[in-house]
Design a protein around this ligand. Structure first.
Ligand code: SAM
Length: 259
């Protein structure tokens, strides 16, 4: 896989992600602002959990070139693309790890506790018990007062607040129709079909099927805001709240309890 081919697929990935998330760049910007302000250092150690092909990691390094970003994912196609596209980017390291498997953090080889963990459109993939265990393990490798910044669609609990939950979803659907009256140019499934049909990605694509990385993706309860807030509190995070929001698209921030 050469660098330009990888960058071409990532460019198409970004366009595809923006179709379901038109404010993706604004959310990246707000998230990186929070890393800068919240860590207060020019050389933070940052974990990008569920990094995909590295879209957030490279934007973060664009603004904080002295940062160390450890980009974690379990998907061989995304990792292959990220590694080929950004092999010459100082400060970035991709790590092949499944966040559902306890003990994942031991493989990171951290020289010091991480200042922040960041994530975009990824953690709703984890089934709730795995999400809780992952946050608990994360708390053990973040420095006291360290940040978790998680940008995702977070839904409201339909049992607790049925009208709000319905309106939250309806507003997102209406906005999507207004912005894309003729439908989306490329869907998630269409991108995956095209990428995995590229002969240069045949090996990673076969490994992706073997691993079933996306087995928890659909119907997961981890798209609920309350699930994350409760799991973060149980893991030892003190302040938990929304820093940026457009509809159900939120940037959730949690601050690890100072020791
Ligand atoms: C929709 S993509 C988002 C990627 C990237 N953060 C972005 O915003 O472009 C979700 C990512 O989470 C990763 N992921 C899901 N479950 C995972 C797990 N158990 N361990 C590691 N990564 C996981 C997927 O492989 C995928 O790359």
């Amino acid at each position: 896989m050469d660098r330009d081919t990888a960058r071409g697929w990532i460019e198409r990935w970004d366009r595809q992600q923006e179709e379901s998330l038109p404010d993706r760049e604004d959310r990246f910007t707000a998230l990186i602002d929070a890393v800068q302000e919240g860590t207060g250092r020019a050389d933070p150690v940052v974990l990008d959990i569920g990094c995909g092909p590295g879209s957030l990691a490279v934007r973060l390094l664009g603004r904080l070139p002295r940062a160390t970003v450890i980009a974690i994912d379990a998907d061989p196609v995304s990792l292959t693309l990220g590694q080929a596209a950004y092999s010459d980017l100082p400060g970035l390291r991709f790590v092949d790890l499944d966040l559902r498997i306890p003990g994942w953090s031991a493989a990171l080889g951290l020289a010091r506790p991480a200042d922040a963990a960041v994530s975009t459109t990824a953690l709703h993939w984890l089934p709730e018990p795995d999400l809780r265990a992952m946050y608990a393990e994360l708390a053990a490798i973040l420095k006291p007062g360290g940040l978790l910044l998680n940008g995702d669609h977070f839904s409201l609990d339909a049992k607790e607040a049925p009208t709000l939950a319905r309106l939250d979803l309806a507003l997102r659907q209406r906005e999507d129709l207004r912005r894309f009256p003729d439908g989306h140019a490329e869907s998630w499934h269409a991108w995956w079909e095209a990428a995995t049909a590229d002969p240069v990605l045949a090996g990673p694509a076969a490994e992706r099927s073997r691993r079933h990385v996306d087995s928890g993706h659909h119907g997961s309860e981890s798209n609920q805001l309350a699930t994350h807030v409760e799991a973060l509190r149980a893991a030892g995070f003190a302040e938990i709240g929304t820093l940026w929001q457009r509809g159900d698209n939120r940037l959730l921030c949690a601050v690890l309890r100072p020791s």
